[in-house]
Ligand binder design. Sequence first.
Ligand code: BG6
Length: 303
Amino acid sequence: MVDLASLNSRFAIPGVATVGAGHGGLPVVQISKPGVCTGSVYLHGAHVTAWRPEGAEEVLWLSEKSAWQGDKPIRGGVPVCFPWFGPRNSKDYPDSPMHGFARFKAWDLESVTDSPAGVTVVLRLQNDAATMALWPVPFTLRHRITFGRELQMALEFANKSDAAVTFEEAQHTYFSVGDVRQVRISGLEGRRYIDKTDGFQEKQQAGDVTITAETDRVYLSTPDPITITDPVKRRRILIHKENSLATVIWNPWIAKAKAMADFGDEEWPGMLCAETASAGPHAVRAAPGQMQVMATRVAVAGM
Ligand code: BG6
């Protein structure tokens, strides 16, 4: 059991950051940096749940129906998917949770630091008996999050084994949008994608992406920035990726939203996932001792 009072006395920064009990009593670091931004990150999953640059509206989407339990992922914000993405492709490990185990684990809080640019929170996950039973690899994973005028998130993997390993990962970011049917996503035009709603067929994107039905796509060879233009909220969300060649675009639409217990039936128009990923043909290969960093930078601008 985490001792919240002692975490707070170790890591709080007066007037800027506190550690306390969030939804479901789960430990959360709350950031409020005057003139810069507010935000929050749960130790459960190293999961960013809010970020709002001062003067702007909340940028991340969070479901009203999210479970706030240590054995369930949070619905919304930025789930960390690791060390596989989606359902695991292995009959040797039938109990593998969707999107890996990282979003089900209580991470350690390593540091909270303040600078003029923002507040940086570092969380750490290491292999334990439960992770070794599912994925026999010694590792250290850090999620380094800077809450500033931009939101910066770096997922750092260190291979602690003496063999090369292959893994998948994603920063599965849920953005808050005015009406998903009216947004346009640019930066993916001409790219090939795997359409998970159509038998995993490979297709090619013509022009901007628009959402007119259930959408679940893995865009390939996409290192470049993407922009979500939202005419209802009258803003653009600018997303830069580093060391990520896959970009996942997801909206569950009507039937799938209804089928998910932790997702409100009417919530789907208000969200869009645009995920920084290394998955499928773009899985990561890390040599013994190697460190690998995948990162996302988010900014908002008017239109
Ligand atoms: C997306 C996947 O990244 O996550 C979808 O591409 C999946 O297939 C979605 O439905 C949500 O997954 P989960 O496990 O959080 O319900």
